[in-house]
Design a protein around this ligand. Structure first.
Ligand code: NAD
Length: 492
């Protein structure tokens, strides 16, 4: 792709050039080089997409679910065939390693596979003879036009938490990717074009705040799925619901892992390193706080510091690289200033990833793995989402103290426990106030057939992305009560 290429929108079954006056460069975070330009589409373009989707909805909702999922089977095959190319694009625009990008694509495909089960998942309920000769049933019907507003850190996967389910349920769709990583969705929509969906069934509108606001205010758009930072999640939830829409808004995170003295040290260290520094810490399920209990403190601190310092940092397309850059120069500056803030609050910078210089990629936005030791649970650094490769170490005397620290967080996305004790694991699972729990796991990412949960400031709404929650979110229930007089049967 040439650097002066401007990405297009996909509306009503066609690629269309945007009439936007404003554009942003899409920058490779490892090289700092612009790769293309993304338009910040206008409200008029959102209107075109919403109208195209509304027009397509009339026939699409009448298409039997068994027929609708045939498109998804084709999409799955095309995604498999193009997996390497899509993964390279993710690495180029988002910075994660090629292996991480392939893992992201696997998760995206998994959601298409689960959505292929919609004919079964859509089955309704019926009660016969609620009174003599009267039957009552509950059926599910699609909501209408739905939309996703996605974050930068998973350019493919996040839209797939929602889009396949939504269209399989009979809705039509609008995707608004992150303006920082819009290239992957261009490729995905090329594939969606190839599977021959009816015109308007899926639409792509690039842009930023103005585009999002137009989506939130558009009367034809009935349901919004959002994933991103907490302040924006809160904003989107309140504006969407004030406009009478359904909304499910996944927000930010500050995920703790708790290490008990009986945990297996090498497994715990390896898993925590991957969790904290995988995707350069830019995962909503990244461990960002490690709470050591009792004796675990000394041995875990030494082991994690050694593992962090050894992590190979570089361009995600290069062989042997274990961690890529963060998304932007602004993000690098922000992360480095938060590390300084941690130090100013009294933490020791045990491993310092600031001022990283990667040979051949001197202009890239790299922050190396960083460990802050003796972080105070109430300090700002222990509470703020850093969204970078920084792990804060906190100490607790008992598991109860550790759980109290976990539960004092404003966020509630994930918490993990490392232990060999079943009783401790059960206590943690029961008491931790978060939506996703990992036991001896560092990234407790639910499979596509489970909802991707999230509590407190990590989620606004009721029904989460993925699995059966998607069927609930993307359908509305209708209850029908029927009486057929008994003597009518004499006519036959
Ligand atoms: P972000 O909130 O900045 O942006 C997300 C989307 O919202 C983008 O499409 C962007 O264009 C739009 N947006 C941004 N500001 C807006 C505004 N003021 N008004 C309207 N729309 C706006 O998030 P990000 O930086 O792209 O992604 C990182 C964040 O996403 C982190 O906080 C991370 O924890 C979170 N995240 C959460 C989950 C989860 O499952 N809970 C998953 C992935 C990422």
């Amino acid at each position: 792709m040439k650097t002066d290429t401007t990405l297009r929108n996909y509306i009503g079954g066609e690629w269309v050039s945007s009439s936007a006056l404003q554009h942003l460069d899409v920058v490779n975070p490892a090289t700092a080089e612009p790769m293309c330009r993304v338009p910040l589409s206008t409200a008029k373009e959102v209107d075109n997409a919403a109208r195209a989707a509304a027009a397509a909805f009339v026939q699409w909702r009448r298409t039997p679910p068994t027929e609708r999922i045939q498109y998804l089977f084709k999409l799955k095959n095309l995604l498999e065939e193009n997996l390497d190319d899509l993964a390279r694009t993710i690495t180029m625009e988002c910075g994660k390693t090629l292996a991480e990008s392939k893992g992201e694509m696997r998760r995206a495909i998994e959601n298409v596979e689960v959505a292929c089960g919609i004919p079964t998942l859509l089955q309704g309920d019926i009660s016969e003879d609620i009174a003599s000769g009267i039957d009552e049933m509950m059926i599910r019907q699609p909501v209408g036009v739905c939309a996703v507003i996605a974050p930068f850190n998973f350019p493919a996967m996040i839209s797939f938490w929602f889009m396949p389910y939504s269209i399989a349920c009979g809705n039509t769709y609008v995707v608004k990717p992150s303006e920082k990583v819009p290239m992957t969705m261009q490729k995905v929509f090329d594939l969606l074009h190839q599977i021959g969906l009816p015109k308007g069934a899926v639409n792509l509108v690039n842009g930023a705040k103005e585009t999002v606001d137009a989506i939130l205010d558009h009367p034809e758009i009935r349901a919004i799925s959002f994933v991103g930072s907490t302040p924006v999640a809160r904003y989107i939830y309140s504006r969407a619901t004030a406009n009478g829409k359904r909304a499910q808004c996944h927000g930010g995170a500050k995920n703790p892992i708790v290490v008990l003295p009986d945990a297996d040290l090498s497994t715990t260290t390896n898993i925590t390193t991957d969790s904290a520094f995988g995707c350069a810490g830019q995962r909503c399920l990244a461990a960002s706080v490690a709470i050591t209990v009792g004796e675990a403190r000394r041995i875990f601190t030494e082991a994690i510091a050694e593992a962090a310092a050894k992590r190979v940092v570089g361009y995600g397309l290069d062989t042997g690289v274990e961690m890529g850059p963060v998304i932007s120069a602004q993000s690098k500056t922000r992360i480095e200033s938060l590390i300084q803030q941690g130090a100013d609050e009294g933490a020791k910078v045990l491993v310092d990833g600031r001022n990283a210089r990667i040979p051949h990629y001197e202009r890239g936005f790299f922050v190396k793995p960083t460990i802050l030791q003796d972080v105070k649970p109430r300090s700002e650094i222990a509470r703020t989402e850093i969204f970078g490769p920084v792990l804060s170490l906190i100490h607790a005397d008992t598991i109860d103290d550790a759980i109290a620290i976990v539960n004092s967080s404003a966020h509630g996305n994930m918490a993990c426990l490392f232990t060999t004790s079943g009783a401790a694991a059960r206590k943690f699972r029961y008491e931790a106030q978060v939506g996703n729990i990992g036991i001896n796991l560092g990234v407790a990412a639910p499979m596509a057939f489970f909802p991707f949960s999230g509590w407190k400031e990590s989620f606004f709404g009721d029904l989460h992305g993925q699995g059966k929650h998607s069927v609930e979110f993307f359908t509305q229930t209708k209850v029908v009560v029927e009486r057929w007089p008994k003597d009518w049967s004499r006519k036959f």
